[in-house]
Design a protein around this ligand. Structure first.
Ligand code: DHB
Ligand code: MG
Length: 638
């Protein structure tokens, strides 16, 4: 599949955009006229730069308000078009996008529109230019792809074809399957855009909220399947108008864009493969889009370890020990500690940690084939994390997620070895010596990691969700919004189907990034956490209380509300209150949990899921955030 991207998607000058698109691996670009008009480069220089970068210029756009106009206006429009055709010859681009008239059209007559397009086709042919006619969803008379196609068919000119844009079709709730009925040679160009499901006027939605495929609510993979079945073989181009992307780092956004296309291509290809297995399946036309697949990997089976980076391990290790973790040992070569309890493993990394607030720096995922997972991640343009290891150490490979978290690929089973009690543990744990510590408690009550909550910089939220989905094959579930004293916090869970891996990605309100300072100059940090699972939250909380652990204090008002919402006995309520436990209940079961105080940017949670409860105690999240805000204003200072 040939990939292309409109220059309007990303920030920077035309030159910067072209470099970023080429580096991210795009085959071509659509040049937005505005980008050219303001560029110091001449059309010839742009053409030469594209050639040097190996980029084709696939489309010049847009030409507006051409069709359905009076005779006088039409003559004007033709003159304007001829000037653009001349410019396109200098640029070396042979396709122009003409969007359906949104402003100056006065004639609602398909025959007139077709005749005008036919004349435009004659003029275009003289310059070797082809015209792709696109129905904008808010076009005055032409606003559906079927209508645009009818006019293109009526025009019946070799230089006049259609441009299909997924946004204009799907935003109106139109059925895209009719694409398969369009003659392949009449589909001149294809633009893809996704968008979150919003209820607003289509123009504003289109101009500000489009996102890359896979980041919104449209089924863009199905759209690509229809195009493949139609026999379209031209470029697949991204045209995303998004306020955030246009002010974000250009290289990062270009990579995000490319990853979204690769992920889309992979998903569409698998769908087609599956559909072709049906006994009465229609074969694909020849030729058709060649859709590439990524190496097939299974979603992870669990979290192997969580790494916390801190210069001063004491405060974190004290909390862990109060929660029943055992100090497993010090790494034999590095300033790194391992703390474990059953399947929960926390690595405290003191390397290169000077001056950084304690934070969640890495997550390791247990996968079937770490080498494959890693190379597939690189194929999806994830950045490799350079790591040094000695020949006798396990080779763990990692890539960097958009939020900076290092994502490790660990063996799910093969490289396990037995500890001295006969339990199976990952081979890398041997580098820490064996069970040199002892738990202060007789039995391990924490079983493993239930979920990890990671703060996402606001500009990289959509990118992060797509990263975890495509690189780790996690599924998204409907997102939520949690009110906090620092702002509304968008939360998106990505998880495996079986719940063995659950990440909650939280969009950090503007101004709470580590780098940003409060008005009084104090840096404010939004905390992240690791939630451990237990089957006996009461006992974990009792032990931790006895050990003097700092719990996050829950306000009295909360417990009064609990009593009103749920049928809890007064003994149950008293116990919850006594131990600073929070409670939630739904049709599937109940959820009881508590939080520790925050150290730097990290705190811990312990959760007990009762019955088939599958959520995260969302109604309690505002209580937690407010309590943390009261205590530290997210500064993490105790
Ligand atoms: O919003 C617009 O004007 C506009 C212009 C060109 C396009 O291809 C498009 O989809 C929208
Ligand atoms: Mg478009």
């Amino acid at each position: 599949m040939r990939t292309s991207i409109a220059t309007v998607c990303i920030s920077g000058t035309l030159e910067e955009k072209m470099h970023a698109c080429a580096e991210a691996g795009f085959d071509g670009i659509e040049i937005f006229e505005q980008d050219l008009l303001v560029s110091p480069m001449s059309p010839e220089e742009v053409r030469a730069l594209a050639a040097r970068l190996g980029l084709s210029i696939d489309l010049f756009q847009p030409f507006r308000d051409f069709d359905g106009v009076t005779v006088e206006l039409f003559a004007e429009n033709l003159r304007r078009a001829e000037a653009k055709f001349q410019l396109m010859n200098r640029l070396g681009v042979d396709m122009i996008l003409v969007c359906s008239n949104v402003a100056t059209a006065t004639i609602d007559d398909d025959d007139v529109l077709a005749a005008q397009l036919r004349q435009l086709g004659d003029l275009a042919a003289r310059y070797g230019v082809k015209v792709a006619y696109e129905a904008l969803a808010w076009g005055k008379f032409v606003n559906t792809y079927r209508h645009a196609q009818r006019i293109v068919d009526l025009a019946n000119h070799p230089n006049i074809g259609t441009c299909l844009d997924s946004f204009h079709i799907l935003s109106r709730g139109d059925d895209p399957s009719g694409i398969e009925d369009i003659a392949a040679e009449k589909i001149f160009f294809v633009q893809l855009a996704d968008a979150p499901v919003l209820s607003m006027d289509i123009l504003s939605w289109s101009r500000h909220y489009r996102v890359f495929p896979g980041q919104g609510g449209f089924d863009i993979a199905a759209f690509l399947v229809h195009l493949t079945r139609a026999g379209y073989t031209g470029p697949i181009s991204l045209e995303i108008f998004n306020d955030v992307f246009r002010q974000s780092n250009v290289r990062r956004t270009a990579v995000d864009a490319m990853r979204s296309l690769q992920w889309l291509e992979n998903r569409a290809s698998h769908r087609i493969e599956k559909s072709l297995e049906a006994p009465d399946a229609e074969p694909l036309p020849e030729p058709h889009l060649e859709l590439e697949q990524l190496p097939i990997v299974e979603p992870p089976h669990g979290i192997d370890f969580v790494e916390i980076k801190t210069e001063d391990s004491e405060a974190i290790s004290e909390l862990l020990s109060q929660l029943g973790f055992v100090f497993q040992g010090q790494h034999r070569r590095k300033s790194v500690q391992l703390w474990t309890q059953s399947e929960a493993r926390v690595v405290i990394n003191g390397q290169r940690a000077r001056g950084t607030a304690p934070n969640i720096s890495a997550l390791a995922f247990r996968v079937d084939n770490p080498d494959m997972g890693y190379s597939r991640a690189l194929e999806l343009h994830a950045a490799a994390v350079p790591r040094h290891h000695t020949p006798d150490e396990a080779e763990l490979r990692a890539v960097r997620a958009p939020d900076g978290t290092e994502v490790f690929f660990a063996h799910s089973d093969s490289a396990q070895s037995d500890d001295n009690e006969g339990a199976s543990v990952p081979a890398w744990t041997q580098e820490f010596g064996t069970a040199s510590g002892a738990s202060s408690y007789s039995t391990a009550l924490i079983a493993g990691v239930d979920h990890v909550n990671l703060a996402q910089p606001w500009q990289a939220f959509d990118e992060a969700v797509l990263f975890y989905e495509s690189v780790l094959r996690l599924d998204t579930v409907p997102g939520t919004e949690v009110p906090s004293p620092a702002g509304l916090i968008r939360s998106q869970v990505v998880r495996t189907h079986d719940g063995a891996v659950r990440l909650a990605l939280n969009l950090v309100p503007h101004g709470l990034d580590a780098e940003e300072a409060d008005l009084d100059g104090t840096p404010r940090n939004y905390p992240e956490h690791v939630a451990f699972s237990t089957a006996n939250i009461i006992e974990v909380a009792r032990r931790a209380t006895a050990a003097g652990m700092d719990f996050l204090k829950v306000p009295e008002n909360y417990y009064e509300d609990l009593a009103a919402r749920f049928r809890l006995t007064s003994e149950e309520l008293a116990e919850l209150k006594d131990l600073n436990l929070l409670y939630d209940e739904d049709a599937d079961g109940a959820f009881v949990h508590f939080y520790t105080e925050t150290i730097g940017k990290v705190f811990f949670e312990v959760v007990e899921r009762r019955g088939k409860y599958d959520g995260y105690g969302a109604p309690n999240a505002p209580v937690r955030l407010a309590a943390q805000f009261e205590r530290s204003r997210f500064r993490g200072q105790r």
